[in-house]
Design a protein around this ligand. Structure first.
Ligand code: SOE
Length: 380
């Protein structure tokens, strides 16, 4: 059995734990979260035998092999450093850190540590996203012209919606772009196999001041009755970005956390010379294949109908809908296969610290582009 420690148990920690428990070869042995009493209470609720109040104490747990960093963004870099210094395999929540400098440092540390390193870009693990990537690779889509889409949510729509992610000191200089645009960029780069090299961005803050629940709110949660305090907002609620890819093809995406009715709608369309592909995370089992001279197709995630390279990402016969928790399981399965092999794969299907760093450079370029109102090259 592979022994795993989890740091952080807010919205995302339990999603990691659930996916890990479905693998069969992994046991979650320790949890670290806030105060000791808080960690103990959470560990008990999540059925984890050992609780710790500090990262150091968790890292000293005997025979710990892998540590998942499920903390808020401002803690990612330092905790990732600590995990790497302890020589443990590390799986970090996105974004990898807060700045491009930290991203470079973490890649170097991960390489030096010789451990398996992963970042939680989960959307590339959906069966139909893997299918789309395989169709691009085998030439079915032809020459790529454009990639475009959006990632829309509504959990920050109201003035009274507030969460640690809004505060730049805790969430980072960018919110909607870093929190969800990062997923869009990773997904599109994964499908197309192309890198985003230049960006032109226009970002918007819809609520320059928000009313924050004094007791605090978890991601996606809203208190019915609360006492509020006014908080200034410096991070974007909405943004549009034009893209240039390394093969000369073009693209664009919008991100929003204030689009009423859109809960978690990551959508992407790829236009090629032979066909177009479109996917929407809220209808995850379907891949739309658009054609000029034939009827369009709707492919569903039936392993028997899928590309042989992607069929292992769907686990049940067609019609047995798989979604976000299943993509999470796929991501963990890829990562733990590498842990079992004791080496990073030549071409990992999970996102690595290199991918995490690349996306940090894209986010940084987007923020700069908005500030300077011009095209900005993505650093390498
Ligand atoms: C909130 O916007 C959030 O939970 C993101 O932080 C996740 O990465 C995304 O998968 C869903 O929305």
């Amino acid at each position: 059995m592979i022994n795993v420690g989890i740091i952080g148990s807010g919205f995302i920690g339990p999603a990691h734990i659930e996916a890990l428990r479905r693998l069969g070869c992994v046991q979650v042995v320790a949890l670290c979260d806030g105060s000791f009493a808080q960690a103990q209470e959470k560990a008990q609720a999540l059925n984890i035998p050992h609780a710790y109040a500090s990262v150091e104490a968790l890292l000293a747990h005997p025979d710990l092999h892998v540590v998942h960093n499920c903390t808020p963004n401002h803690l990612h870099a330092e905790i990732n450093r600590q995990i790497l210094r302890a020589g443990k395999h590390v799986f970090s929540e996105k974004p990898l850190c807060m700045t491009p400098e930290e991203a470079r440092e973490l890649v170097t540390l991960a390489e030096q540590a010789g451990v398996i390193h992963g970042v939680s870009f989960v959307y590339r693990q959906f069966a139909m996203v893997r299918q789309a990537a395989s169709m691009v690779r085998d030439g079915t889509v032809g020459r790529l012209f454009a990639a475009h889409g959006s990632y829309l949510q509504d959990w920050m729509l109201l003035e009274t919606d507030y969460n640690w992610r809004v505060d730049a000191a805790l969430g980072g200089a960018s919110r909607a772009v870093a929190d969800i645009g990062s997923h869009w960029c990773d997904t599109v780069q994964f499908i197309t196999g192309r890198r985003i090299t230049e960006v032109m961005a226009d970002l918007a803050i819809v609520w320059p001041t928000r009313k924050a629940n004094i007791a605090g709110n978890q991601t996606f949660s809203h208190a019915a009755e609360a006492e509020y305090e006014d908080k200034p907002v410096t991070t974007e609620d909405f943004g549009s970005v034009l893209l240039r890819f390394d093969d000369g093809s073009k693209g664009s995406f919008s991100v929003s956390q204030v689009s009423a009715g859109r809960k978690n709608r990551l959508s992407v369309e790829i236009n090629g010379s032979e066909c177009a592909l479109a996917w929407d995370q809220e209808v995850p089992q379907r891949l739309w294949i658009g054609r000029r001279a034939e009827a369009n197709q709707l492919l569903t995630d039936d392993p028997g109908l899928m590309h042989p390279d992607a069929a292992d990402s769907a686990h049940f016969p067609g019609g047995h809908i798989e979604g976000w928790p299943d993509a999470f399981k796929n991501m963990m399965a890829q990562f733990y296969r590498a842990v079992q092999a004791g080496a990073m794969p030549a071409q990992p299907l999970f996102a690595t610290f290199h991918d995490g760093a690349n996306v940090m450079h894209i986010i940084d370029a987007i923020v700069q582009s908005h500030q300077q109102q011009r095209w900005v090259k993505v650093a390498v």
